[in-house]
Design a protein around this ligand. Structure first.
Ligand code: HH2
Length: 263
């Protein structure tokens, strides 16, 4: 899943897609490099990010979404706002990616109102403005699993089939670096919920915490995190650097130890 941030203030690439033309070119490049899904987002979720009005978010999204839908590739829209989600589905988006994990009843209703759209249910607490003060957990792995399991039950109760959902532990969202690492090490616990797991490690601050690198210099660390996640069972990687990630995955897949019974 290639990230297309239509924002001036995203934590790692804010402003890189500041016009629809730049964003479209960026998205095309990601597809050429082998992205299977585009994730379009028009509101930053970095800690302390300023909120964006729904109409401004939609104005950023609409032209790029229309182009991506025209290409016929799987398109996800990263939004927390039911109004934007609704418009995105009407415009042809295939997946809703809600960092709030469809907590809001209106977001659940939007998803329930569409027969087939997929959804990424991510764990976080609070909002981007408050989340870094909300990192007290007794057991972060068990709590994330419990919350995601509850969300799935609620969504199923709204008539949304399980096979439409993927789960995401929400690395960097209301978690300290150590908690993120604990979740990474115990990713198979989340997979016990029986749904595919998506992870977003790309350029995140925990990679910087582990390596001492600035956001512009976290590619190697992000690739290592991506491979560790795949080894732990992740099925979708949300990344900024598609080609490098594809290369790393290809080499890893060729060389990773196999079950001895596999020819
Ligand atoms: N991370 C970001 C945004 N959306 N969605 C999911 N499902 N999982 C994530 O880990 C995730 C996400 C933050 O990254 P980015 O979009 O590059 O930055 P910003 O939110 O500042 O635009």
């Amino acid at each position: 899943m290639g990230v297309v941030n239509l924002t001036p203030d995203s934590f790692s690439d804010g402003g890189a897609c500041s016009t629809p033309q730049l964003a479209t070119r960026h998205a095309e490049r990601m597809l050429r490099e082998g992205a299977d899904i585009l994730d379009l987002g028009a509101e930053s979720t970095r800690p302390g990010a300023a909120e964006v009005m729904a109409q401004d978010e939609w104005a950023r999204l609409a032209p790029v979404l229309a182009e991506a839908v025209r290409w016929g590739v799987p398109v996800s829209v990263d939004s927390q706002k039911p109004e934007v989600m609704q418009r995105a589905l009407e415009a042809g988006a295939d997946i809703l990616n809600d960092v709030q994990g469809f907590c809001a009843l209106d977001a659940q209703r939007v998803l329930a109102g569409h027969a087939t759209a997929g959804a990424c249910v991510m764990h976080m607490r609070g909002t981007p403005q408050t989340m870094q003060q909300l990192t007290q957990y007794d057991d972060v792995v068990e709590e994330v699993k419990t919350v995601l399991g509850e969300r799935v039950n609620v969504l199923e109760g709204q008539g949304i089939a399980r096979h439409r959902l993927v789960l995401d532990p929400g690395f960097g969202f209301a978690k300290s670096p150590m908690q993120n690492v604990a979740l990474a090490r115990h990713l198979p616990v989340l997979a016990e919920l029986g749904l595919p797991v998506l992870v977003g490690w790309s350029r995140k601050s925990t990679v910087g915490w582990l390596t001492g690198r600035a956001v512009s210099d976290r590619l190697a660390g992000s690739l290592a995190a991506a491979l560790a996640a795949v080894q732990a069972g992740a099925k979708i990687l949300r990344v900024h650097d598609v080609q490098a990630t594809k290369d790393a995955l290809q080499v890893w897949a060729a060389m990773a130890p196999q079950d001895p019974r596999t020819p």
